[in-house]
Design a protein around this ligand. Structure first.
Ligand code: GAL
Length: 686
C-alpha cells in the first residue's frame, strides 16, 4: 500500500468505540435497556456488537422467531447516532436444537459426543447446523440489511476447536482424497506410512489423529490441522452465503484470537488462510497487564507483535473487536487495570493500526460465568465509577482521532510467521520439548525493532517479500520448495535475509530434506548446518561477535562454511571457535545465518548494524529510554505519533522536531515527561 493512501475497512469515518452488547440478557428489564442508551452517550461509545449469543432469544422454538426486541435495539442505537455490528448467532445454540438434532454437537478427539452446554462447540460439518445457521443468518440479513445503523457483520464468535464425529471423519477423508489426487500411495508416502506400521490399505482407515487428537504420524497431524482450518472456513463461507447475497456492501469479519498467557498468535487455525475470506481482520486482545512474570514493556512488545501480524494479514487497518475495560475473569489471577492502563492499552491498539476500541462487554451480566468480567457498565449501573470514567476518556480521545481512521504503517522490515511450521515444530520430537518456543522466538527478534520504534510487518509466506529491505526468518523449521525459492529470489534480487537455527529442516509434509540442508539454502547462505545441539535449561555457551561475548542458551548449530564470512564464533564446548554467525553475499542481496539462541543484547547489536546499513527508519525522531514505545500512523499531511510509557516510572522523552498535541492543540518542543503509563498523541506535519 502506498505510504499515504487510506484504506477504509468499514464505511465509518470515525473510530469505533463500544463493544459486545447483550440486551437479550435483559429483555424483561426495559429500565436497564433504557439506561444502556443513556450510558452509551455518557461513555462516548458509538458501536455495539449485538446478537453474538442471542440465538435462543431470536428463535426460542424451532421456526418461531422473535426479532421485535432486536428491532428496538437497532432503533434505539440509531437514534443516538450509534452503529451496530450484527453478529450471526452460531457461537452458541438453543437447547431445542441440540436435543432435536444431536448431530450438531461436537465429538471430542476420544470420539465422545459432548453434551449440550457451553459454547463454541458445534460440529462444523453437520448439514443440519449449516442449514440452521444459513436460515437464521438470511433472516437477519433480510430484516436488518437495509438498516442505516448496520455497520458490519460479525460472523459467529472466535471460531476454534475441532470435531471428530463421523461426518467430520468423512469430510476429512474426502479432503485427503482431493489433496492427494485420489492416490492412497501418495498419502502413505507423504505421511511416512511404514513408520510403526501406519500404512493404509483403504481410504476408510483414515481417521483424525488418535489417540486423543495427537498422533505420532506427523504428516497426518499436519494435514488434520490444515483440514480443520479449511473446514472451519468452509463453515464460515456457508454462514455468509445469504449475507453476501442480500448485503453485498456490508463488510464481514470474524473475531480472531491470541493465546494468552504468553500472548502469542492463536495456534488453532491458520489465520493466514482465514484472513483471505474476511473483509476485515479483527481480534480479541486480552493481555494480562500487571502480571507477576514479566515487565509491562515485555508484554506490550508482545501485543505489538500480534497487532503487526494481524494487521499484515491483509496489509490494512484492523479492528480490536474485544478488549476488557478492566479485569477479565478467566486468567489465573484477574487483576484490575491500574489507573491509566486502559487508555494506554487502547491507544496501543490504535497505534499499531486498529480503527476501533471495542470491548467485551458493555454491561456486566447478572448471572453465569461472566458476571465478574470487566465491563463498561458495572452492576452498580453507574457512570461515576473509575472504569466507566476511564472508558469515557478513551471515547473522548478517539473522537479526536477520526483522521487516523484508514491510515497505515508502511514498513521496510518483515518477520515471517508461519502456522504450518509452528504446528510441525511443536510436533517434532527432538530438540528441547519445552524450549522450541517458535512464536516467542519471533517476538525476541521483533523486540529490537519495537524498542527502536522501527515499524515491522509480521508477514506470512504467501505475501510479497520484495518490498522489504530486511526479511527475518527465525526458526522456520518447515519450508516447502516454494518458500525456499521465494527466499532465493528475495535475496538474489537484493534483499537482506536473516535466518536462524532449526530452519529449513522439513518440507510441507514434515518430511526431512535428504542430503543435508536443502541445496538452495546452502547456496543462499554459503553454509551447511551439520548438527543442532540442544542445551539443558541451565547450560550456557556464548558467541563472540565484534569482540563482545553474548550469552547463548537452548540451541547451537554446528556450521560448515562453504563461501560465507564468519561473523561470530562459539566460545565453548566441542564446537568452540567454530562459526556461529555467518554472512554471505548472494546475487544482489545478503544472507545471514544465526546458529544459536542468543540473548537480547546480541539482537540489539546485530540488528543495529543492519539498521544503519539499510537505513531502516524509526517512526519518528523522538528519543527515549527503554519501556517507551513510539508508533506512527501516517495521514497524507501529517504523522500521528503515539508516545507510550509502558513502565511504572516517569520517562523523559526528547521530541526532536516540533509537534502538536492531537488532543489539546498545544505546540510541543524539546523535552517531555511521560508519567507512569501515560500516552501522548501528537501530530507532526510532513
Ligand atoms: C472472548 C469471547 C467473549 C468473552 C470474552 C471474555 O474470548 O469472545 O465472548 O467470553 O472472551 O474475556
Amino acid at each position: 500500500m502506498p505510504k499515504n493512501e487510506k484504506t477504509y475497512i468499514t464505511n465509518a469515518n470515525f473510530m469505533l468505540h463500544g463493544g459486545d452488547y447483550n440486551p437479550d440478557q435483559w429483555l424483561d428489564r426495559p429500565d436497564i435497556l433504557a439506561d444502556d442508551i443513556k450510558l452509551m452517550q455518557l461513555s462516548h461509545t458509538n458501536t455495539f456488537s449485538v446478537g453474538i449469543f442471542a440465538w435462543s432469544a431470536l428463535e426460542p422454538e424451532e421456526g418461531v422467531y422473535n426479532f421485535e426486541w432486536l428491532d428496538k435495539i437497532f432503533e434505539d442505537i440509531y437514534r443516538i447516532g450509534g452503529r451496530v455490528i450484527l453478529a450471526t448467532p452460531s457461537g452458541a445454540r438453543p437447547a431445542w436444537m441440540s436435543q432435536k438434532y444431536p448431530e450438531v454437537l461436537r465429538v471430542n478427539a476420544a470420539r465422545v459426543k459432548q453434551l449440550h452446554g457451553g459454547r463454541h462447540n458445534h460440529c462444523f460439518t453437520s448439514p443440519v447446523y449449516r442449514e440452521k445457521t444459513q436460515t437464521i443468518n438470511g433472516l437477519l440479513a433480510e430484516r436488518y440489511g437495509g438498516h442505516p445503523a448496520l455497520l458490519m457483520w460479525h460472523i459467529s464468535n472466535e471460531y476454534g476447536g475441532d470435531c471428530h464425529c463421523d461426518l467430520c471423519q468423512n469430510a476429512f477423508r474426502e479432503w485427503v482424497k482431493v489433496k492427494y489426487n485420489h492416490d492412497l500411495k501418495a498419502v502413505n508416502d507423504a505421511w511416512w506410512g511404514p513408520f510403526w506400521s501406519h500404512t493404509y490399505s483403504d481410504w476408510s482407515q483414515i481417521e483424525s489423529p488418535s489417540p486423543n487428537g495427537e498422533s505420532m504420524v506427523h504428516g497426518l497431524n499436519l494435514d488434520w490441522r490444515r483440514f480443520v482450518t479449511d473446514q472451519t472456513i468452509d463453515f464460515f463461507e456457508n454462514e455468509i452465503v445469504p449475507l453476501k447475497k442480500i448485503t453485498p456492501d456490508v463488510p464481514i469479519t470474524t473475531n480472531f484470537m491470541a493465546d494468552t498467557f504468553d500472548l502469542i498468535p492463536f495456534q488453532g487455525l491458520d489465520y493466514s488462510k482465514f484472513a483471505k475470506h474476511v473483509d476485515v481482520v479483527s481480534w480479541d486482545a486480552y493481555p494480562a497487564w500487571h502480571n507477576d512474570w514479566e515487565s509491562t514493556a515485555d508484554l506490550a512488545m508482545k501485543v505489538g507483535f500480534i497487532n503487526d501480524l494481524y494487521r499484515s494479514l491483509k496489509q490494512q487497518p484492523f479492528l480490536t473487536m474485544e478488549m476488557t475495560p478492566s479485569a477479565v475473569n478467566w486468567h489465573q489471577v484477574n487483576k484490575a487495570k491500574r489507573p491509566g492502563m486502559h487508555l494506554l492499552s487502547a491507544m496501543q491498539m490504535v497505534a499499531h493500526g486498529s480503527d476501533s476500541v471495542l470491548y467485551f462487554q458493555w454491561r456486566k451480566s447478572r448471572g453465569s460465568s461472566e458476571k465478574f468480567h470487566g465491563a463498561v457498565v458495572d452492576h452498580d449501573n453507574s457512570p461515576e465509577n473509575r472504569v466507566f470514567q476511564e472508558v469515557a476518556k478513551v471515547g473522548v480521545t478517539l473522537e479526536k482521532l477520526a483522521d487516523v481512521v484508514g491510515t497505515n504503517r508502511p514498513s521496510d522490515v518483515a518477520i515471517l510467521y508461519d502456522w504450518d511450521s509452528n504446528w510441525a515444530i511443536n510436533d517434532a520430537q527432538g530438540f528441547g520439548l519445552e524450549s522450541k518456543r517458535y512464536p516467542q522466538t519471533l517476538q525476541q527478534h521483533y523486540r529490537t525493532f519495537w524498542e527502536k520504534d522501527i515499524p515491522v510487518d509480521v508477514i506470512t509466506k504467501d505475501q510479497d517479500f520484495s518490498k522489504y529491505k530486511l526479511l527475518i526468518v527465525p526458526m522456520l523449521y518447515l519450508m516447502s520448495e516454494d518458500t525456499i525459492s521465494q527466499l532465493k529470489t528475495y535475496a538474489a534480487e537484493g534483499g537482506t535475509l536473516v535466518m536462524t537455527y532449526i530452519s529449513g529442516l522439513v518440507n510441507e509434509h514434515d518430511l526431512t530434506y535428504l542430503g543435508g540442508w536443502h541445496k538452495d539454502l546452502q547456496e543462499i547462505f554459503g553454509i551447511k548446518p551439520v548438527e543442532t545441539d540442544t542445551l539443558y535449561p541451565k547450560d550456557r555457551n556464548a558467541v563472540m561477535f565484534r569482540q563482545k561475548s553474548y550469552e547463548l542458551k537452548d540451541y547451537a548449530t554446528v556450521i560448515e562454511v562453504n563461501g560465507a564470512n564468519v561473523e561470530g564464533v562459539y566460545e565453548d564446548d566441542f564446537y568452540a571457535n567454530t562459526p556461529a554467525l555467518t554472512s554471505h553475499s548472494y546475487g544482489q542481496g545478503k544472507a545471514y545465518y544465526i546458529g544459536g539462541r542468543l540473548e537480547d543484547d546480541f539482537q540489539r547489536d546485530f540488528y543495529q548494524e543492519l539498521i544503519d546499513e539499510l537505513v531502516l527508519e524509526s517512526a519518528s525522531d523522538v528519543k527515549h529510554g527503554r519501556g517507551v514505545s513510539v508508533q506512527a500512523r501516517h495521514a497524507s499531511e501529517k504523522d500521528y505519533l503515539f508516545l507510550m510509557n509502558f513502565t511504572e516510572q516517569s520517562q523523559p522523552v526528547s521530541l526532536g522536531s516540533a509537534v502538536t498535541d492531537a488532543l489539546t492543540g498545544e505546540q510541543l518542543t524539546g523535552d517531555l515527561l511521560l508519567e507512569k503509563y501515560e500516552v501522548r498523541i501528537v501530530e507532526k506535519q510532513k
